[in-house]
Design a protein around this ligand. Structure first.
Ligand SMILES: C[S@@+](CC[C@H](N)C(=O)[O-])C[C@H]1O[C@@H](n2cnc3c(N)ncnc32)[C@H](O)[C@@H]1O
Length: 237
């Protein structure tokens, strides 16, 4: 594990960024990020009323998108400052609870959720495969997993342009917008290059007893959503 990915360092980094996180996200994703979260909710295939855990929830944008769809969302993140920065967001669609918890040690009983979502979070978790095992544990058989992430995609001209934006433009823009040096935006390009390819991630899902169901590229492969189903035992619905 690189020092940047040590859990304490990651938590500190996001906690420092928390007051500016939403504003920076809107600017740096060129306004695309909220649409990606709404599509994630629609593509998961869970009905209104479903009980969903949004993990690495940060300031709760995906949790609120799920709440607007009618899900009962519980938001968990190990940074209290990130959760606090999003408190009250979404009005009636706000998460039912905000839980400070590490993704690799979830304080929930087995099989209590119909869905688990993670947006731009798993790449930051020091032990992502352990987190996947925890997600599987808290999901019922047949429950849905949705992971929206910047995966390590195969090279292409568009991908090179986007990587250059990530490496050279994004950290400078973040600085101009007031983000501290050495923050999550400096670390983001390397964390993407170090992370799993979509195929490697699918293998991790299988190992954790998820059936990878569908994979969608957003913005031509800038981000990707993996949808999986918990439990591959015969007869599971
Ligand atoms: C890039 S933010 C994403 C926040 C939110 N999901 C979104 O879409 O904006 C990553 C979040 O993952 C959280 N995180 C990283 N490692 C974690 C872990 N091991 N357990 C729980 N949360 C973690 C960070 O605190 C941070 O809030």
């Amino acid at each position: 594990m690189t020092p940047e990915r040590a859990p304490e360092r990651v938590r500190e980094m996001f906690s420092d960024l928390a007051p500016r996180y939403d504003r920076l996200n809107r600017v740096l994703s060129l306004g695309l990020d909220q649409g990606w979260r709404r599509r994630t909710v629609r593509l998961l295939g869970l009905p209104p009323g479903a009980r969903v855990l949004d993990l690495c929830a940060g300031t709760g944008d995906l949790a609120v998108a799920g709440g607007r769809f009618g899900w009962q969302v519980h938001a968990a993140d190990f940074s209290h400052a990130m959760l606090a920065a999003g408190r009250g967001k979404g009005g009636a669609a706000a998460p039912r609870s905000l839980v400070q918890a590490d993704a690799t040690r979830l304080p929930f009983a087995d099989g209590v959720f119909d869905g688990v979502t993670v947006a731009f979070g798993i790449r930051n978790v020091a032990e992502p495969r352990r987190a996947l095992a925890e997600m599987r544990r808290v999901l019922r058989v047949g429950g849905r997993l949705g992971v929206l992430e910047f995966f390590r995609e195969p090279p292409s001209p568009w991908r090179s342009a986007f990587s250059a934006y990530f490496r050279h433009v994004l950290p400078r823009l973040a600085r101009l917008a007031g983000a501290p040096r050495g923050d999550a935006y400096d670390y983001l390009p390397a964390s993407v290059e170090d992370f799993a390819t979509p195929e490697e991630f699918a293998a991790w899902m299988r190992d954790a007893d998820f059936e990878p169901r569908s994979s969608r590229r957003f913005a031509g492969g800038v981000a990707r959503l993996w949808v999986g189903r918990a439990g591959v035992e015969a007869g599971a619905s």
